[in-house]
Design a protein around this ligand. Structure first.
Ligand code: XMP
Length: 506
C-alpha cells in the first residue's frame, strides 16, 4: 500500500494511475489530513502543487512520522519543500521551466535511476528551482538547465525529483516509479484485477451478510461492474432497478435489460417514459431539464426501492476520481443537489451506502469487468449522460423529437460499428438542433430539422478533440440519415474541441 500526499497538483491523479499500472495499490490523501494508521503504508510520494514553497500560504505537511521511517519520494513541490525545509535554497528560476528536458548527469550506481540512461527525456513544470541542497543531501541527477534535478538524503530512503515522472512525456517515468517502489521500497506488485475481485467479494460478503441491497443500473460500465461484483457476493439479495426514462438510445432499454437478465442479475426494468415526458413538457432551459429529470428519477427510484422489503443497503457505482474530488485539497465541489432534500430524504436515501468501486479508476473498472467475464461490448460502451437524449435535443423535449434523434443516433453509431470506428472514438452521438432549414426532396420543397453529429477523442472527458472521421463514412451516414429519418433534411459535423466547446451541446 502506497500513500500519495496531495498538495493540489493537477498531476496527483496521474501519479496514482502510474502506480496502479505497476499493479501496486495506492491512495491519495490531502497533505493536511494524514491517515490515522500510517503503518500500513510501505512508501510515500509527495505530489506537486500550484504553490511555491516560499509562499506564506504554501502547504506545510507534517512529515515527522514519515521521513526517515518509510521510503519517501518528493515530486516537484514535494522535492522543493524538503530541500527548503531542511536547509537548502529554493528560489524563483530565471526562466520558468516548462516542457521537455534531458538528463545530462546521473550519479553512478544510483538505484532510483537504474535502467535509465543519460539523455532520457523528463517533463518539467515549475517556476521555482532548488538552487542549493543541504549538506546531507546528495545530487543524483541534473539536466542542462536544472542542476539539482534529483537528490537523495544520506542515510535514509528519501528522494526528491524536480521533474514529473507521472507524465507520459517523461519517457522513463514509469521506470523511475518502479525503481522507487519495487527496488527501493520493496512494495509487492500484487494489485491485480483478480486480486481485487477476490478481496472485494469477500469484503462485501462480510459487510452485507444476508441483508438486501438495492442498486440502480444505468446500462453504463460503472453500475454494471458494481452490480456484477455484488451479485458474486450476495446473489439474489441484490435487487437491481433499471429505469427507462424514455431518453435512452434506440432499443437500448430492451436490449440492455435482456443482457442483464442473461448475466443472471436480479433486475427489474421500469418503463417510466411517460412520467419523464410529462415532467419535461414545455421546458427548454437545460438546467431546468436536468432538474426535472433528476427529480423524476428520484421519485421513480424511490417508489421501486420501497417495494423491496427490508433492504438495508443502497449500492452505487462511484469511482475514485469522484472520491478524490470530494476529499481534495481544493475542497469538495458543490455537487449535492438541493432538491434532494426538499420534503425530507427519500426512503432509499436512508439506506446505508455501499460503493465497491470507490477506489478504482475507469480503466481499472473495465479491467475488473473483463476479469469477471462481462461482455466486452458492454464494457467498451461510450460514456452516455444521465439525462440522456434530453440534453442532445436543444429546446423542449417531445416524444417525436426523441424518436427522430434515436433514429439518427442509431444510424450514426451503427455506422461507426460497421466501419470499425466505434472503439477508436471516445464518445459519439447526435444532436437535434432547434432549427428548421429549407431543402428539396424530389420536386418538393421541405422545411425540416438539422442534426449535428459529434465524435470526440478524450481520455477523461475533461478535454476532448473532434475526430477526423473519413469523408466517405460521413457521406454515407449523412445520406442514410436524410433518406431514412423523416423530419431531417440537413446533417452537419461538429469540428470544435473542448475547451472552448464542450462535448455535449445541452
Ligand atoms: P461536457 O459536455 O461537459 O461533458 O464536455 C463531459 C462528459 O460528461 C458527460 N456528461 C454527463 N454525464 N450526467 C452524466 O452522467 C450528466 O448530467 C452529464 N452531462 C455531461 C458527457 O457525456 C461527457 O462524457
Amino acid at each position: 500500500n502506497v500513500l500519495i500526499l496531495d498538495f493540489g497538483s493537477q498531476y496527483t491523479q496521474l501519479i496514482a494511475r502510474r502506480v496502479r499500472e505497476l499493479n501496486i495499490y495506492c491512495e491519495i490523501h490531502p497533505f493536511n489530513k494524514l491517515p490515522e494508521d500510517l503503518s500500513v503504508f510501505k512508501a510515500v510520494i509527495l505530489s506537486g502543487s500550484p504553490y511555491s514553497c516560499r509562499n506564506e500560504e504554501a502547504p506545510r505537511p507534517d512529515l515527522s512520522q514519515i521521513k526517515g521511517r518509510v521510503p519517501l519520494l518528493g515530486v516537484c513541490f514535494g522535492a522543493q519543500f524538503m530541500a527548503h525545509n531542511f536547509g537548502g535554497e529554493v528560489a524563483s528560476s530565471n526562466t520558468r521551466e516548462f516542457g521537455r528536458a534531458n538528463l545530462s548527469f546521473i550519479k553512478d550506481g544510483e538505484l532510483l535511476f537504474e535502467n535509465i540512461l543519460e539523455q532520457s527525456q523528463v517533463w518539467m513544470s515549475h517556476s521555482d528551482s532548488i538552487k542549493s541542497i543541504p549538506e546531507h543531501f546528495t545530487r543524483i541527477a541534473s539536466t542542462t538547465d536544472v542542476l539539482n534535478a534529483a537528490y537523495k538524503i544520506e542515510g535514509e530512503d528519501t528522494y526528491g525529483i524536480q521533474f514529473h515522472p507521472e507524465v507520459y512525456h517523461s519517457t522513463d517515468g514509469a521506470q523511475l516509479l518502479e525503481n522507487f517502489l519495487v527496488k527501493i521500497a520493496q512494495v509487492p506488485q500484487s494489485w491485480t484485477p483478480s486480486a481485487f475481485v477476490d478481496m472485494t467479494v469477500s469484503e462485501l460478503k462480510e459487510k452485507i451478510g444476508s441483508d438486501k441491497v438495492i442498486l440502480g443500473l444505468s446500462g453504463g460500465v460503472d453500475s454494471t461492474v458494481a452490480a456484477t461484483l455484488l451479485h458474486k457476493a450476495i446473489g439474489k439479495n441484490l435487487h437491481c432497478i433499471f429505469v427507462n426514462n424514455g431518453l435512452l438510445r434506440k432499443n437500448e432499454f430492451e436490449s440492455v435489460l435482456d443482457q442483464y437478465k442473461d448475466m443472471g442479475l436480479n433486475v427489474k426494468g421500469v418503463d417510466a417514459t411517460d412520467r419523464f415526458m410529462d415532467a419535461l413538457k414545455g421546458i427548454s432551459d437545460p438546467e431546468q431539464k436536468r432538474k426535472a429529470i433528476g427529480n423524476s428519477f428520484i421519485e421513480v427510484f424511490d417508489d421501486e426501492a420501497s417495494l423491496v422489503e427490508d433492504a438495508t443497503f443502497l449500492a452505487q457505482g462511484t469511482i475514485y476520481p469522484d472520491v478524490i474530488e470530494s476529499i481534495s485539497v481544493n475542497g469538495p465541489s458543490a455537487t449535492i443537489k438541493s432538491h434532494h432534500n426538499v420534503g425530507g430524504l427519500p426512503e432509499f436515501m436512508k439506506l446505508k451506502v455501499v460503493e465497491p468501486l470507490r477506489m478504482l479508476f475507469k480503466d481499472e473498472v473495465r479491467r475488473v469487468g473483463a476479469e469477471m467475464g462481462i461482455d466486452s461490448k458492454l464494457l467498451g460502451r461510450h460514456p452516455f449522460p444521465g439525462p440522456g437524449l434530453a440534453i442532445r435535443i436543444l429546446g423542449d423535449v417531445t416524444k417525436e423529437k426523441v424518436r427522430i434523434l434515436q433514429e439518427v443516433d442509431a444510424i450514426f453509431i451503427g455506422g461507426l460499428r460497421e466501419w470499425q470506428l466505434y472503439d477508436k472514438v471516445w464518445q459519439a452521438g447526435a444532436i437535434l438542433l432547434p432549427v428548421d432549414s429549407v431543402g428539396v426532396m424530389g420536386d418538393e420543397r421541405t422545411y425540416e430539422k438539422v442534426v449535428a453529429l459529434r465524435a470526440v477523442e478524450s481520455t477523461d472527458g475533461m478535454t476532448a478533440d473532434w475526430v477526423d472521421l473519413p469523408y466517405n463514412f460521413l457521406q454515407k451516414v449523412s445520406n442514410q440519415i436524410i433518406n431514412r429519418v423523416k423530419g431531417v433534411n440537413r446533417v452537419v459535423y461538429d469540428i470544435s474541441s473542448k475547451p472552448p466547446a464542450t462535448i455535449e451541446w445541452e
